[in-house]
Design a protein around this ligand. Structure first.
Ligand SMILES: [Zn+2]
Length: 525
């Protein structure tokens, strides 16, 4: 039943799906009838890999700024609205869109009296104003912290552009405490804002792909059920013992009927392993050399094969799903080797995940299919297309292998990796269908997928990844009544215009959580 005219909701679940007559007959006289006037209904989107807590509460998105002036004026009006004692924060600035990277002089135009920071869309770079540099004592003679980098001008003065987290942390000193989410109250207000934004884009379920186990408690206190956003957590494997304890404690308490991290709203059943490096930073390890750099293969992963094997085996034997970050083909092969050994003859439905899996080959794809791996590739060519120029045109059809995943039968869990790329699922789907950058260049056309496949990956695929395909991901009798109303049928929209489709209403468990419908053509209740 690819399409239906009507459905019935009872107690937050779809109770019937079919023709108007069939559903009306079951609904009876006491039901509330809603006529959607021909608008399109889709299952709620499920983003399988993102990071809600990476955005400090009180930061604004700069993604829509098309030049430096626009960006400065957006930050300036934001500064007016924020308490005077805090950082003025923006994120998702795009150097391609505004024509260059930011410097301290740009941000001095926002304020010279308050520290200002704007994150680049990559998450790896940021720009700050002069006051932020001065407060932290960052002058000409300052020595860069290990793992971080301050860009400097010809005279050796910091330009205001900085790179990597150790450099950000230098800025967050006593007088200007860190705006990043590091405690429960910060996490709680951050999640509140995030949920509103998610609903406005049609998102009803998300997976936080890297949660320190202690912040799992923040999710619980925040209460996904009250907020109407279903959340799956992948716990940070750097805190392996605590993460395993949390999952085990849930298993024990759930036998007594208290299932804090394994219910319809909040789950924590997986552990993240960082193995390998960054695609955008050009540090991911490849089997063959980088384009134009015959001696450079990327940076060796942080573990030996034997160390990775032991870690994956430990997680697998604890009955837990492993989610392994691996980008380059060399890193992915190591991850698959470890999973293959850990599984051995165990027939368990493990659903171990490869996060990103950016550069593949036919051997890797076949192994992923044989080992029943869940694949969570990037969907960010729209924003980041030019970044993969460094990987060479011969690789583009082997990067973010979405079409191959459908051919090989590898479950595909669509995701934004927000804030690495924009949160809007319709923009992500446009990028998956067109593989066209903002600038209009197509990267790896063989990996384009159809609108139906992209919708499937953003609903059923991501539900499968968190073991929830029986309860969500489609409008099916018995599943959660999580659905959205959109302004236009995506299957009848030009691929380049998919991101213009507006979410009109978002329902989670049958409850309306977002409504921008203006009544034109009227949705009658
Ligand atoms: Zn991520």
């Amino acid at each position: 039943m690819p399409e239906a005219d009507a459905f019935l909701i009872v107690d937050g679940h779809f109770a019937a799906v079919g023709t108007r007559e069939e559903v009306s007959a079951l609904a009876g006289d006491t039901a509330t009838y809603i006529d959607l006037q021909g608008l399109t209904v889709l299952p709620g989107f499920n983003d399988a890999h993102l990071h809600p807590l990476l955005i400090p509460p009180g930061a604004i998105s700069l993604a829509s700024a098309n030049n430096v002036d626009q960006l400065v004026s957006a930050l300036s009006s934001h500064a007016q609205a924020m308490p005077k004692s805090t950082w003025v924060l923006g994120f998702e600035y795009d150097d391609q869109a505004i024509g260059r990277h930011l410097n301290r002089r740009d941000l001095d135009r926002v304020s010279t009296a308050r520290p200002v920071l704007a994150w680049h869309a990559s998450g790896h770079l940021a720009a700050v104003n002069s006051l932020a540099l001065r407060t932290a004592g960052l002058d000409k003679d300052f020595v860069d912290p290990v793992g971080g980098f301050f860009y400097r001008d010809k005279a050796g003065q910091p330009t205001g552009l900085i790179s990597e987290r150790p450099a950000f942390e230098v800025l967050f000193v006593n007088d200007q405490p860190s705006p990043m989410v590091s405690d429960l109250s910060g996490a709680l207000s951050g999640l509140e804002l995030f949920a509103e934004r998610a609903h406005s884009l049609g998102i009803t379920s998300v997976t936080d792909a890297l949660v320190p186990p202690e912040l799992a408690l923040a999710y619980w206190l925040w209460s996904p059920e009250d907020s109407g956003l279903r959340v799956n957590l992948i716990l940070d494997g750097d805190s392996l013992t605590t993460a395993k304890r949390l999952i085990r404690a849930n298993d024990i308490t759930s036998r007594a009927g208290f299932n804090a991290f394994g219910n319809a709203w909040l789950r924590a059943r997986s552990i993240k392993i960082f193995h390998g490096h960054s695609l955008s930073g050009r540090t991911t390890r490849l089997h063959t050399a980088y384009e134009g750099r015959p001696d450079y293969f990327g940076v060796d992963p942080q573990r030996s094969q034997a160390e990775l094997d032991a870690l994956v085996l430990d997680i697998h034997n604890a009955g837990i799903q492993a989610a392994i970050h691996a980008n380059g083909d060399y890193e992915i092969d190591m991850a698959l080797n470890a999973i293959e050994k850990a599984i051995g003859r165990d027939q368990r439905d493990h659903r171990h995940r490869i996060e990103h899996g950016s550069v593949v080959n036919s051997d890797i794809l076949q192994r992923m299919a044989d080992l029943n791996i869940v694949y969570a590739p990037h969907s960010y060519i729209y924003e980041k297309g030019p970044m993969i120029d460094a990987y060479g045109a011969h690789r583009w059809n082997w990067m973010f292998a979405n079409a191959s995943s459908f051919e090989y039968g590898i479950p595909n869990a669509a995701n934004s990796d927000f804030p690495i790329s924009g949160l809007s699922p319709m923009l992500r789907i446009q990028s998956l269908v067109t593989r066209k950058s903002r600038g209009g260049k197509i990267y790896g056309p063989q990996q384009r997928i159809s609108v139906e496949q992209a919708l499937y990956a953003y609903t059923m695929g991501s539900a499968f990844a968190s073991f929830e395909d029986k309860s969500k991901g489609s409008i099916t009798t018995g599943k959660f009544a999580d659905f959205i109303v959109v302004s236009q049928d995506p299957r009848q929209t030009a691929p380049e215009l998919l991101s213009k489709i507006e979410v009109q209403q978002t329902y989670v468990a049958g409850i309306k959580r977002f409504d921008r419908y203006d009544g034109n053509g009227s949705i009658n209740e």
